[in-house]
Design a protein around this ligand. Structure first.
Ligand code: SF4
Ligand code: SF4
Length: 382
């Protein structure tokens, strides 16, 4: 395993350094002697950095950087939203993040249920939901979505003596197993992964070593500044070119091999991994996080009789049937492949989950100007 030294004085948005990195990236891709080389990142924050700073224009022509299942809101599956909606419609108070309010289940989003009179609160985090439960006497269910980073916060809240009227409906997901699924997808073209720096601060980069061993594919942990992304991609293409699969940590200012042991301990004391569906992708073994038996009293699934059958009579609206979120998260389609993109589906009126959250690919692409593939413009200009 290799750690890349980072210049302490590095200015992470220095255009001259960005150009130099971009030129080296081009050389590496060129030296591979074939194109395209396709790599995937699995974090909405990486896509945001790429779109916001126009980095695709700095990528060489032979390099395809695609976004996989990197938005926790997007991958929350329809039945999980249905559980939250059914709970709310049965009169239980449900609190959740603002983004989750707009994600549709089979028939309704939590926002729709609220418009129909259900008690649904938007909170900024689990601690606000716990505070709400302390304040009022009625049951409060926190609909908890997010990857390992946010699951640690939920775990900490449950270990901090929450009130008895508080419980959690966990839709938390764990990233490393889904990389296995994407790597094994029939027709998958992905040759390496750019892993999310902040998730790796918790899990450590060592968590990717078994994956690299099994799939003979490199993983590079990268931060979120423009130079972090370019440096991470450079290492990724180098690793592909070397033919020696390895984990490379280009974010040593935050990430170690072991990660944050204390956070891991909290996470696994409260949660256990189980298999479950990710929206649009597949059943992911060990990809979902559920509360352990010790926390059964705080597990909304065990505490309430959640009956989603009342929702099954509805057919999904016609527009939803055209949504291509699943293909987008599997890395086989881009937002502009979807006929609804920017027309029937916008940030104000999202049809699919990828248009809801600021980490969703469709929302990011629309926010930063539609199809951000500036290479075509560059080609035309030359
Ligand atoms: S939770 Fe963090 S690591 Fe995961 S997709 Fe969002 S920004 Fe990236
Ligand atoms: S543009 Fe909207 S409908 Fe199309 S894939 Fe994206 S979220 Fe789904």
């Amino acid at each position: 395993m290799q750690e890349v030294a980072v210049d302490a004085e590095l200015t992470f948005r220095d255009p001259a350094r960005a150009r130099a990195l971009s030129a080296r990236l081009e050389e590496e891709v060129h030296a591979l002697g074939r194109d395209p080389v396709t790599v995937m990142h699995v974090c909405g924050s990486h896509e945001q950095a790429i779109a916001r700073f126009g980095l695709r224009a700095a990528f060489p022509e032979g390099l395809d950087v695609i976004m996989g299942p990197g938005c926790p809101v997007c991958v929350t599956d329809v039945p999980e939203v249905d559980e939250a909606v059914a709970l709310a419609r049965s009169g239980i108070r449900v609190s959740t993040y603002g983004d989750m309010l707009r994600v549709r289940g089979t028939v309704q989003s939590l926002g729709d249920a609220r418009a129909d009179g259900a008690k649904v609160d938007v909170v900024y985090g689990v601690s606000q939901a716990v505070a709400l439960a302390r304040e009022i006497r009625e049951p409060v269910v926190f609909f908890a979505s997010g990857f390992e980073t946010t699951a640690v916060a939920t775990a900490a809240a449950l270990l901090d003596d929450p009130p008895a009227n508080f419980s959690v409906l966990s839709a938390h997901k764990y990233i490393p197993p889904v990389m296995e699924i994407v790597a094994e997808m029939p027709g998958a073209k992905v040759e390496g992964f750019l892993a999310a720096g902040h998730a790796a601060t918790i899990t450590g980069y060592g968590v990717f070593e078994p994956f690299v061993e099994r799939h003979r594919m490199p993983v590079v942990v990268a931060g979120f500044e423009p130079l972090d992304v370019l440096a991470g991609l450079l290492e990724l293409v180098r690793a592909i070119r070397s033919g020696v699969p390895k984990v490379v940590n280009t974010y040593p200012r935050c990430v170690t091999r072991e990660g944050n042991r204390r956070a891991q301990e909290l996470l696994w004391r409260v949660f256990r991994p189980i298999g479950g569906r990710w929206r649009g992708i597949a059943h992911v073994p060990n990809g979902n996080l559920r509360l352990r038996d010790d926390f059964a009293d705080f597990d909304a699934r065990r505490r309430f009789d959640i009956d989603v059958s009342s929702l099954w009579d509805y057919a999904p609206p016609k527009l939803v049937q055209k949504c291509q979120c699943g293909d987008i998260m599997a890395g086989i389609a881009s937002p502009t492949d979807c006929e609804l993109f920017g027309k029937e589906c916008t940030s104000d009126a999202p049809v699919g989950a990828c248009m809801v959250s600021s980490e969703g690919t469709c929302k990011i692409w629309l926010t930063y100007g539609g199809h951000p593939d500036l290479r075509n413009i560059r080609r035309r200009a030359s």
